[in-house]
Design a protein around this ligand. Structure first.
Ligand code: DNO
Length: 363
C-alpha cells in the first residue's frame, strides 16, 4: 500500500508540500494539471514541472486524479474521437513522466454532489453533507451556486467554473442518454484508450459515482458491485481498473464495502483506494465523519483488512476530511483531518501487519 495525499498544486492548494511530507508514513502525492481545459492534451513539460516540485519535497508523484473525460465522450457525440485521441496523448505524456495510475470518473455533468459543504457535527467540526430530499426540490443551477458559495473561495475539484457554465444545454443533451447508452459510451471510450494505457504501462482507475445513484435524473452507472463487475469486463484488461472509494459506494447500505474492496483487489483490478467514513442518518441522507466506527456507518478496520489480505500494493489516500481546529480550507480537502485520517488508516494497516506476522511466527 502506497500512502498518498491529494494536493491541488501550488496555485490552488494552500497546503505546502512540506506539511504533507511531515505526515507520518506519507509517500506519494496525488495531483493533476489544473490549468488545461478538459479535453485538451496535458503537455509533458507541465507534468514534469509538477513532478519535479513534488519530488523536491521528498515525495513521489505516481498517481493522477483526475484526467477528466470530456462531456462529448460521455454523451457519445461524433466529436468524441478527437477527445479520445487527446486523452491517449495525455496518457503517453503521463507515462513518460513516471505516472502509474490515472483516476477518472464517468458521471454526467456533475462530479461528486453534496447539499451542504459545512454541516456542523456534534463535536463542533463541520463536514460535507448530502440530503436527497433537498436535491429533489432544487434546480441544478441553484446547486452550482450553493457549491460555489460554500467553497471558502477555493475552486472545488469537479466543480470547475468552465465545466459547469453550460449546464442547461448539457441537461438537454442528456435527455436521451439512459444507463445502457452511458455504458455503451463508456465501452467506446475504454476501447479507445485501454490499448494506449496497456502500451505505456498506465493503470486506469474509474471512480465510483458519488453518491452512487442518479442525481437530478441524470444516469449514473458506477454504483454497485454488479455494475463495477460490468465495467471491468467492458474491456477485459488489467489496465481497465477501479479507484474504489469507501465513502461513495458506502452511501448505499446495500454495498458491502469491505467485500467489494477485497473482491476487486484480489482480482487485480483495484488500482487506487480512497478510504473515508460516512454516517448514514436515513436512506439518502449522510454526512462525512471521522474514522472511528462508533461515530459512523462504515468499518475502516474491515476495509483495511480486506486490502491487506488481498496484498493491495497500489496508492491509497485518506479522502474528504472534516474541518477541525478552525482550519479554513477547501471543503473536504483541508490538512488536519485528512492527516488524522491517513494516520488512522496507517495505524490499522500496521496493526494488521504486526498481528499477521507475529501470529505466523508463533505457529
Ligand atoms: C471529490 C473526488 C472526486 C474524484 C473524481 C475522480 O472529492 O472524490 O472529484 O476525484 O470523481 O475522477
Amino acid at each position: 500500500m502506497l500512502m498518498s495525499f491529494r494536493w491541488y498544486g501550488n496555485k490552488l492548494d494552500k497546503i505546502p508540500l512540506r506539511y504533507i511530507r511531515q505526515i507520518p508514513g506519507m509517500r506519494n502525492v496525488v495531483s493533476a494539471i489544473y490549468h488545461i481545459p478538459v479535453g485538451e492534451v496535458w503537455p509533458y513539460e507541465d507534468i514534469l514541472v509538477l513532478k519535479n516540485e513534488i519530488e523536491a519535497a521528498g515525495l513521489l508523484f505516481k498517481t493522477v486524479e483526475s484526467v477528466n473525460v470530456h462531456e462529448d465522450i460521455k454523451l457519445g457525440l461524433p466529436t468524441r474521437d478527437h477527445y479520445i485521441a487527446n486523452y491517449c496523448l495525455t496518457l503517453k505524456n503521463l507515462a513518460k513522466a513516471g505516472i502509474e495510475v490515472v483516476c477518472y470518473n464517468f458521471m454526467p455533468v456533475f462530479d461528486w454532489t453534496r447539499t451542504e459543504l459545512a454541516k456542523t457535527l456534534p463535536d463542533g467540526s463541520t463536514a460535507l453533507f448530502y440530503d436527497e430530499k433537498v436535491i429533489k426540490g432544487l434546480e441544478p443551477t441553484k446547486l452550482v451556486e450553493d457549491m460555489e458559495k460554500g467553497s471558502n473561495g477555493f475552486e472545488l475539484p469537479g466543480w470547475e467554473k468552465g465545466r459547469l457554465a453550460s449546464i442547461k444545454k448539457l441537461f438537454d443533451l442528456y435527455k436521451d442518454i439512459n444507463e445502457e447508452k452511458l455504458f455503451g459510451n463508456l465501452k467506446y471510450f475504454l476501447e479507445g484508450i485501454i490499448p494506449t494505457a496497456e502500451e505505456c504501462g498506465i493503470k486506469m482507475a474509474i471512480h465510483p459515482d458519488d453518491p452512487p445513484w442518479s442525481v437530478f435524473g441524470l444516469p449514473r452507472i458506477v454504483t454497485s458491485k454488479a455494475n463495477l463487475e460490468r465495467v471491468v469486463k467492458l474491456v477485459d484488461s488489467p489496465a481497465n481498473g477501479l479507484a474504489l472509494c469507501s465513502g461513495s459506494l458506502g452511501a448505499n447500505p446495500n454495498n458491502n464495502v469491505p467485500e467489494i474492496f477485497g473482491h476487486f483487489a484480489k482480482m487485480g483490478r483495484l488500482h487506487f483506494a480512497h478510504v473515508r467514513n460516512i454516517k448514514i442518518y436515513e436512506p439518502g441522507v449522510f454526512s462525512e465523519t471521522a474514522h472511528k466506527a462508533e461515530d459512523s456507518s462504515l468499518d475502516m478496520y474491515a476495509i483495511m483488512k480486506a486490502l491487506y489480505e488481498a496484498d493491495f500494493a497500489g496508492p491509497l489516500r485518506s479522502d474528504h476530511g472534516r474541518m477541525i481546529w478552525d482550519e479554513v480550507g477547501m471543503p473536504g480537502y483541508g490538512l488536519y483531518d485528512r492527516a488524522l485520517g491517513a494516520v488512522y488508516l496507517y495505524g490499522l494497516w500496521d496493526a494488521i501487519d504486526r498481528c499477521t506476522k507475529d501470529f505466523s511466527k508463533s505457529v
